[in-house]
Design a protein around this ligand. Structure first.
Ligand code: ATP
Ligand code: MG
Ligand code: MG
Length: 281
């Protein structure tokens, strides 16, 4: 079969997105499975995409967390590629489609892992900017790994602007981004809120087929109550979701850590304090 960078034997295609095609491959030197993300050949001549592809590897390389896909190697022999941890399982998009309604406990177990992953990224100054279920991988034991920091940006150095067409799906776009503002910690929190809504209800809060109509809903449609879709959602959990999806960024959680702690408190006010101590260590 085909090889990339000499040592990676391509085995099968795992998935693709706007920017890349991802393959399952075998690292012939370390004798293990890896995922190889290759920049689409038609984008390889475009300096901007090549830079962004490198930046993705740099962003993730600075992170080390059990809920973030680890980067092993990058190269540009044969094609531009990033080698990363292989996650056996499916995307959270497929998981939601196949298993909804997902038990509340399970949804929360998954949510906590996403919140811990993004807390880690934010603590290292990295905003993900493309949080959506397609970029969250989940295995059989419901261990979650966030991937695709492809448009992530170090918070300090935001000078490049992108058109949203290549930036991802309108369904996860915060109201301030819909107005043309740049992505921030708060817009990641909003996107996490949309993912949480989908996990709990199996539905998007603001569905639609045209990006413009969806963006308008983010801006001015009231947040649908998840409890109208499913009555076994605790009121306290719904409150967390409503706060993550606040239209005005200043009404939203200030940090993913705050959202995490609020979710713990919502579930079990007694245990939240214990957990808070563990989390602080
Ligand atoms: P986007 O258009 O969202 O920016 P992309 O082109 O940057 O996507 P990724 O999201 O990184 O590409 O990967 C595309 C798909 O490949 C994922 O949705 C997933 O199905 C699969 N995939 C990515 N990384 C892995 C991995 N480490 N292990 C297993 N499958 C993966
Ligand atoms: Mg993706
Ligand atoms: Mg991407």
């Amino acid at each position: 079969g085909k090889r990339v960078g000499g040592r990676y034997q391509i085995l099968s295609r795992l998935g693709e997105g706007g920017m890349a095609i991802v393959y399952k491959a075998k690292d012939l030197i370390l004798d293990r499975m890896v995922a190889v993300k290759t920049l689409r050949p038609e984008l390889s001549g475009d300096e901007e995409f090549v830079r962004r592809f490198h930046r993705e590897a740099e962003s993730v390389a600075s992170l080390s967390h059990p809920n973030i896909v680890a980067i092993y190697d990058i190269g540009e022999e044969d094609c531009y590629y990033i080698v990363m941890e292989y996650v056996e399982g499916m995307t959270l998009k497929e998981f939601i489609k196949d298993y909804s309604p997902i038990a509340i406990n399970e949804s929360i177990f998954i949510m906590k892992q996403i919140l811990l992953a993004i807390t880690h990224a934010h603590e290292h100054g990295i905003v993900h900017r493309d949080i959506k279920p397609q970029n969250i991988l989940i295995n059989e034991s419901e261990r979650v790994k966030v991937t695709d920091f492809g448009i992530a940006l170090a918070v300090s150095g935001a000078t490049i602007t992108y058109t949203h067409s290549i930036m991802g799906s309108a369904h996860y776009l915060s109201p301030e981004q819909a107005r043309g503002g740049k992505a921030t910690v708060k817009s990641d929190i909003y996107a996490i809120g949309i993912v949480m809504f989908e996990l709990l209800t199996g539905k998007l809060p603001f569905p639609g087929t045209s990006p413009v109509s969806v963006a308008l809903k983010h801006l001015s449609s009231p947040i649908p109550y998840p409890r109208d879709f499913r009555e076994d959602i605790p009121q306290s959990v719904e409150n967390v979701l409503i706060r993550a999806l606040a239209k005005n960024p200043s009404d939203r959680y200030n940090s993913v850590t705050d959202m995490y702690h609020d979710l713990l408190t919502a579930l079990d006010p007694e245990r939240a304090n214990e957990q808070r101590l563990i989390f602080a260590e």
